[in-house]
Ligand binder design. Structure first.
Ligand code: ACO
Length: 329
């Protein structure tokens, strides 16, 4: 019988833009306060990319770091997948821009769009590519610049989002299986609760769409909140069940960093104490496709995770989409 090909995680990396926007900075732009933002969301500051710093630039720096940690050269990459909802352009894909920057021309490259669950969707695609024998070594990136699709006059959304990128190198292995399970879900009937109305084929860009700020994120926060908690709980529990692990086996739980109250509610419902939940939302805000991978990378860099530890990533985002993965560091 043909031996099953396993997946090994060779390395991770991340990149944040230099510019920091604090809650106090936002007090000068909209009618808000550090106190409101901190208590309602857990966010204290977020990073903001420069005008001439597109998503592919953050993706490049995160990828170079992941390649260095993995100890391989760009030439060893067989395919590039970038999870993003804020691509450099509609097309070419951000993955193609990244491929050119890495100078690995002719390697296949494509973007994947699943909002904040994008990186976990990406893990599932990468795992399937490796297990099928199609590709051996994959560069998977989660990168977003939400500050560039934010309405800076809307206090209900502009305080929430930030920019950043994270990368992971996954490779075929005969002896390892680091991706123990993945569970994904989606429900398109909720598309009107969290979306970017214009710029696509439904409402192409016009002077009116720009004037009406329809190229920025619209969200009915409370309703999103209500669906996010049960779906993240479902995803976390299903991925654990599929992995054959129990909550006690998970060293660190890394939820999507959208709101501290969502994180606490999900942790409580799945029965994991907050000292085993990784949180960096206070420094990053919500960076959509990049949250879980940048948080994982930080947990590894700061020694919260050691080689062999089991970790669970869980996300929820626009679509709605949700997903979770249990993996070994
Ligand atoms: N500063 C001060 N007051 C504010 C602010 C602000 N920044 N924003 C809203 N308010 C006010 C509202 O106007 C409202 O005032 P009112 O009572 O006089 O009408 C009051 O605060 C309460 O507003 P709510 O919207 O009910 O506040 P809530 O406690 O629900 O918090 C939040 C809002 C933080 C957006 C929350 O609902 C949330 O986090 N939702 C989920 C977001 C999420 O998970 N997104 C998922 C992924 S994002 C993606 O996929 C790209």
């Amino acid at each position: 019988m043909k031996k099953k090909i396993g997946v090994k995680v060779l390395g991770t990396g991340s990149c944040f833009p230099k510019k920091v926007i604090t809650n106090v900075d936002l007090e000068k732009i909209v009618d808000t306060s550090d106190e409101w933002i901190s208590t309602r969301t857990g966010i204290k500051e977020r990073r903001m990319s420069e005008k001439d710093e597109p998503t592919s630039e953050l993706a490049l720096k995160a990828s170079l770091e992941a390649l260095k940690v993995a100890g391989i050269s760009p030439k060893q990459i067989d395919i590039i997948i970038v999870a993003t909802i804020t691509p450099d352009m509609f097309f070419p894909s951000t993955a193609c821009f990244l491929q050119a920057k890495l100078n690995i021309l002719s390697v296949p490259a494509f973007d994947l769009s699943a909002s904040c669950s994008g990186f976990i969707y990406g893990i599932s695609v990468a795992k399937a590519f490796i297990e099928s024998g199609f590709y051996k070594t994959i560069l998977l990136v989660g990168a977003d610049e939400l500050t560039k699709i934010t309405d800076w006059t809307d206090r209900s959304t502009c305080v929430l989002f930030g920019d950043g990128a994270g990368a992971m190198i996954l490779s075929a292995s005969e002896s390892n299986e680091d991706i123990l399970s993945v569970f994904l879900g989606a429900d398109g009937s909720y598309s009107d609760l969290l979306f970017l109305p214009a710029g696509g084929t439904r409402s192409p860009a016009t002077i009116d769409t720009v004037n009406e700020k329809l190229h920025t994120i619209k969200m009915r926060g409370q309703e999103v909140f209500r669906v996010a908690v049960p779906k993240m709980v479902l995803a976390a529990e299903k991925a654990l069940e599929f992995s054959g692990k129990r909550v006690e086996d998970v060293k660190l739980f890394i939820p999507h960093q959208a709101n501290m109250r969502i994180i606490e509610a999900v942790a409580k419902r799945i029965g994991i104490s907050m000292d085993r939940v990784f949180v960096n939302i206070h420094k990053t805000g919500n960076i959509s496709s990049a949250t879980t991978i940048t948080a994982l990378d930080e947990a590894i860099k700061t020694g919260k995770l050691k080689v062999g530890d089991i970790v669970e990533l869980v996300a929820f985002g626009g679509g709605f989409t949700w997903g979770a993965t249990v993996l070994r560091v």
